[in-house]
Design a protein around this ligand. Structure first.
Ligand SMILES: Nc1ncnc2c1ncn2[C@@H]1O[C@H](COP(=O)(O)OP(=O)(O)OP(=O)(O)O)[C@@H](O)[C@H]1O
Length: 645
């Protein structure tokens, strides 16, 4: 066993959730020998339960079939532990006998303090065609943190946090050209991107390009761009590519789904190709030329897949590292050679700390979802990253930041990471919503939401729909409810095992489960074909999250629809920002929402006339943004510490 291999079998590869297929077979089902099981957060590896895998398994040794647990080891306990979650009546609603496909699960609430987190419990039959709600819901079973980064669900999500070591190895990726270059078509509004106003501020910006030919990409890159179905560049690519190729630092803001990923990948790969870099697998220390960081595991994996696609057939080797996956597996992958390292912050820092990744050759540092990477959840990690003694100073590296939203305070802080002459590229309104998304608001009371969601989903049928909720247990609860109502649903949130998360996304992407219930962990960056609806079952508590969430639909010139349930009691503080966002996107503002904005909290100073393109480079001073809801640090949007009604 390699020195970095995990020393013991972790139960974290063992799904606490069962997916029941419509055929009645359970791809991921398992049976515990004792029925109930639990696991201790403080030592899941030893305290959980031992399991023997009876069938399935892919070439990586992952579970692919049914498992039979040999019974709980010490430390396991049942889900009916004391806890704030346990007094709830939700559990009784799940009798586990609903047939149907449900990539979600349900866990009994149990809060036993740290070291005794999350007992699981099941009801009903675990096997066969019977519905199984075996994982997912944990009730109110999380530690309560009051402030700071540890309370940040995405931060914990991105890394392993204090979770035990994991042995999950994702399935091997298909490497045939069709899979690598599979893409969806740009939509009827793609050409309208050309009408969006673009502002580049800073000194001596280079001329924009109009075509990919003008980007002077080398032959293999050019071919890969063609095979990806890209015919002409989007505005962020037209301006971003020459800026990066000119060696300038960049803070770029462009609406969701408008091609920011290729805007930074193509010029970086082009330069690396021109320099003739080649990944060497002969070194125990790999020194990538580019590092890309993003806040969530699924997003960084997606960026990696894009990098792998564009670098196809070249000597440039991208690698991805993120939490929830075996560290040993990722180290072995790095040591095969690494030019472009894509990572979530914690795992990336871990790899550097272990001496597997060196920084002395670094030329490019990219922060995707840069505002998120610099808010209080991730900022310390970013400062640690640039603070490594080996890290080239900002004068000696190129730093690139991309997002659809940039609160001013974050912009000011971002300047610490950038050369003073960085360029600020604004495509359209900074922080504005994608205008290809039709935004609708429905006034609700908290008690009517579930039925309204069901009514809505009955009208959308099998159209792919993402339903955003505010908390992890809400995600489990709603997903389970929908499953019971025979809506093919799966869920993704930070408490699900990585294997479950990847399975949930795969089921959603393939259409096997056309409804994905998600927390904000899926709000940013994810590019999923044919998402036709986004539902904000719970509105987020900051406007930037709203912009990112609804941006999961209406991508790349396609049309999308977003429906938001607005509960005046809970969402009043967002009204003003919503009115601004709607009017900036030339959408109708419901009169009741406008009233709410005028009469609700923070109405004083509301100025609906602030319209038109605003210069929003903070160096110019001032922007249209409503700082009341933008300035709330995402770290306080605790995913799991709110009472569910
Ligand atoms: N020039 C282009 N022509 C055709 N398709 C493109 C082009 N550029 C990007 N795309 C496709 O558009 C989709 C959205 O791109 P991408 O995910 O990079 O958007 P984004 O701006 O990063 O969005 P978000 O803000 O949500 O992260 C992807 O499927 C991508 O392959």
């Amino acid at each position: 066993m390699d020195e970095w291999d995990e020393g013991e079998t972790s139960t974290s590869t063992i799904a606490l959730t069962s997916h029941t297929s419509s055929e009645g077979t359970q791809r991921d089902s398992w049976n515990t020998g004792v029925g109930d099981f639990g696991r201790g957060r403080g030592g899941r590896g030893r305290q959980g339960f031992k399991s023997s895998f009876s069938s399935g398994g892919d070439e990586n040794g992952n579970d692919g079939g049914d498992w039979n647990s040999t019974g709980g080891d010490r430390g396991g306990f049942r889900g009916r532990g004391r806890g704030r979650g346990s007094g709830r009546t939700d559990r009784s609603e799940f009798n586990g006998d609903g047939a149907g496909e449900c990539g979600n699960g349900f866990r009994g609430g149990s809060r036993g303090g740290r070291g005794s987190r999350g007992g699981g419990f099941r009801q009903g039959n675990d096997q066969g065609a019977k519905g199984v709600f075996g994982g997912g819901y944990r009730g109110k079973d999380e530690e309560v943190f009051s402030h700071g980064r540890d309370n940040d669900p995405e931060r914990k999500d991105a890394d392993d946090g204090d979770r035990p070591k994991v042995t999950y190895v994702p399935p091997t990726l298909p490497d045939d050209e069709d899979s690598i270059f599979s893409h969806y078509e740009s939509g009827i509004n793609f050409d309208k991107y050309d009408d969006i106003m673009v502002d580049v501020s800073g000194t001596n910006p280079p001329q924009a390009i109009m075509t990919f030919d003008e980007a002077a990409l080398c032959e293999s890159l050019r071919k890969n761009v063609n095979k990806s179905g890209y015919v002409k560049p989007t505005p962020v690519q037209k301006h971003g590519i020459p800026i990066i190729s000119a060696g300038r630092d960049l803070m770029a803001c462009a609406q969701t789904g408008s091609g920011k990923t290729a805007a930074f990948l193509l010029p970086i790969l082009q330069q690396l190709m021109a320099d003739g870099v080649a990944a060497s697998s002969f070194s125990e220390l790999q020194e990538p030329e580019a590092i890309i960081v993003a806040p969530t595991r699924e997003l960084i994996n997606q960026i990696y897949l894009e990098a792998r696609k564009f670098a196809y057939g070249t000597c440039v080797r991208p690698v991805v590292v993120y939490g929830g996956v075996s560290t040993g597996h990722q180290i072995r992958d790095i040591l095969r050679g690494c030019n472009v390292l894509c990572g979530t912050p914690g795992r990336l820092l871990d790899m550097i700390g272990r001496g597997k990744v060196g920084l002395s050759k670094l030329q490019y540092l990219v922060l995707d979802e840069a505002d998120r990477m610099l808010d209080m959840g991730f900022e310390p990690d970013m400062r640690r990253l640039v603070g490594f003694p080996e890290m080239p100073s900002k004068e000696n590296r190129q730093t690139l930041m991309f997002s659809a939203t940039y609160p001013e305070d974050i912009q000011r802080m971002a300047a610490d990471f950038l050369k003073t002459d960085y360029l600020f590229l604004a495509v359209g309104v900074v922080g504005g919503a994608c205008s290809d998304v039709e935004q609708t608001f429905i006034q609700v009371t908290k008690f009517s939401k579930r039925e309204q969601l069901l009514d809505f989903l009955r009208t959308t049928g099998t159209e792919r729909t993402m339903v955003f909720v505010e908390t992890k247990r809400q995600a489990d609860f709603i997903a389970t409810y929908l499953c019971q109502e025979k809506v093919l649903t799966t869920s993704i949130h930070g408490d699900r095992e990585q294997r479950e998360r990847e399975q949930a996304l795969a089921d959603f992407r393939s259409g096997k489960c056309p409804v994905l219930v998600a927390t904000s962990v899926a709000a940013r960056g994810l590019d999923i074909q044919d998402v036709q609806h986004v539902v904000n079952f719970d509105l987020p508590n900051n406007i930037d999250d709203y912009v990112h969430r609804i941006g999961r639909t209406g991508r790349c010139g396609n049309i999308g629809k977003a429906v938001s349930f607005y509960d005046p009691e809970a969402d009043g503080q967002l009204a003003r920002s919503l009115v601004t966002i709607l009017s900036k996107a030339q959408q109708e503002v419901p009169s009741w929402l406008e009233e709410s904005a005028f009469s609700g909290p923070g109405a004083t100073g509301f100025n609906p006339s602030r319209k038109g393109f605003a210069s929003t480079d903070s160096r110019k001073g001032g922007s249209f943004q409503d700082n009341d809801t933008r300035s709330q640090p995402a770290a306080q949007t605790a995913d799991d510490d709110e009472e569910w009604e």
